[in-house]
Design a protein around this ligand. Structure first.
Ligand code: FAQ
Length: 311
């Protein structure tokens, strides 16, 4: 027998209405959202590092200003998402501890290096492109604060994707060396960007329940498929080759068939053994320690302000 609370929750979900912070919700729903939203927030914050690497070396003042704005947007997305997670009853400090101790997951994609300027193009085009594909349906997530956050994040993300495309387009109109650099970056980022969507559906333990709760609207494989369909015509305009010799359009299904993704590599990255996992975490830890005085000063300021209003 369902309780009144459970019945109301099920009804809200069935009617495409939103669950808000003060509504009753099953513990498992709350837990799943805290897991997904905090991982998403951590991804935005760790995701600042691969591009932050190029801010001082961007090839022109204009490129530098654009890249700085993009990385700042990522910080904003992270903070916005931490706030959304906090509405579910976890504190910012708890989430920060989980990240810094290495317990929390963040997107696999940010554990790859950015050795060339073309990587800024490939990240924008492929990584932000994948992020948009994954996040547009999340605008309709059943949890209000998450869905609303995604609306704004997606607007900024589509600007990010275009700036990446434009970097690659400029390089592809340049010298042979520049074209080579763009193609090399696409070669390195293509497969990891497909893996971003998560494990194949038959190895995705969370998908079924998250879809029932209308947090996720599509499976990992469905979104990956949609992403490849989006990339193919864009790759043609750019003049780059997608590094998958098995990629072909299947007339019968009307979908692209893609080659085998290296899932062993993906799970190794998740275990902390990707090319940059250790470096990314170390950097975050150091930044956190070096920021301690800012947090102390802000807390002290807040304490004094509170005393003033009392007096
Ligand atoms: N990396 O059962 P599922 C960005 C984990 S975009 C690491 O399928 P679920 C923008 C998963 O957590 C990137 N771990 O899980 C940007 C689970 O582990 P758990 C962030 C992954 O949740 C661009 C296990 O595998 N976007 O930051 C990954 O139903 C440029 C089993 O998987 C989001 O987070 C992965 N790629 O589906 C910033 C989007 N995939 O928790 C800077 C929101 C799976 O049970 C620069 N999240 N895992 O221990 C989602 O949509 C979902 O959480 C999925 C995974 C689709 C990622």
């Amino acid at each position: 027998e369902l309780s009144d609370d459970e019945r109301l929750f099920d009804e809200l979900i069935a009617n495409e209405q939103r669950i808000e912070p003060r509504d009753w919700m099953p513990d498992a729903y709350r837990k799943t959202l805290i897991r997904q939203i905090s991982q998403h927030a951590h991804s935005e914050i760790i995701g600042m590092q691969p591009e932050g690497n190029w801010i001082t070396r961007a090839p022109s003042l204009k490129r530098k200003a654009i890249l700085m704005a993009k990385v700042q947007d990522e910080a904003g997305h992270g903070l916005y998402l931490y706030s959304a997670a906090q509405t579910l009853g976890i504190t910012r400090d708890e989430m920060m501890d989980q990240l810094i101790s290495g317990k929390a997951k963040y997107s696999s994609i940010f554990n790859y290096p950015t050795p060339t300027w073309a990587d800024m193009g490939a990240i924008g085009w492929l990584v932000d492109g994948a992020a948009i594909c994954n996040q547009v349906p999340l605008c309709r997530a059943s949890y209000g604060p998450y869905g609303r956050a995604m609306v704004r994040v997606c607007k900024e993300e589509s600007f990010h994707q275009r700036q990446g495309f434009e970097i690659l387009l400029s390089l592809m109109q340049g010298t042979d060396e520049q074209k080579q650099m763009a193609q090399d970056a696409v070669n390195r980022w293509y497969w990891p960007s497909l893996a971003m969507f998560g494990p194949p559906d038959d190895q995705s333990p969370n998908s079924a329940q998250s879809m029932k709760w209308k947090i996720k609207r599509f499976t990992n494989d469905e979104l990956r498929q949609r992403f490849v369909g989006m990339l193919v015509p864009q790759a043609e305009i750019l003049g780059v080759t997608l590094p998958d010799p098995d990629l072909r359009f299947d007339d019968e299904t009307g979908q692209y068939v893609i080659g085998e993704i290296d899932w062993d590599e993906f799970f190794e990255v998740l275990r902390g053994n990707g090319p940059c996992n250790a470096e990314r975490l170390e950097r975050r830890r150091t930044a956190h320690e070096e920021g301690a005085w800012v947090r102390e000063a802000a807390a002290e300021y807040a304490r004094k302000q509170a005393l003033k209003t009392k007096a």
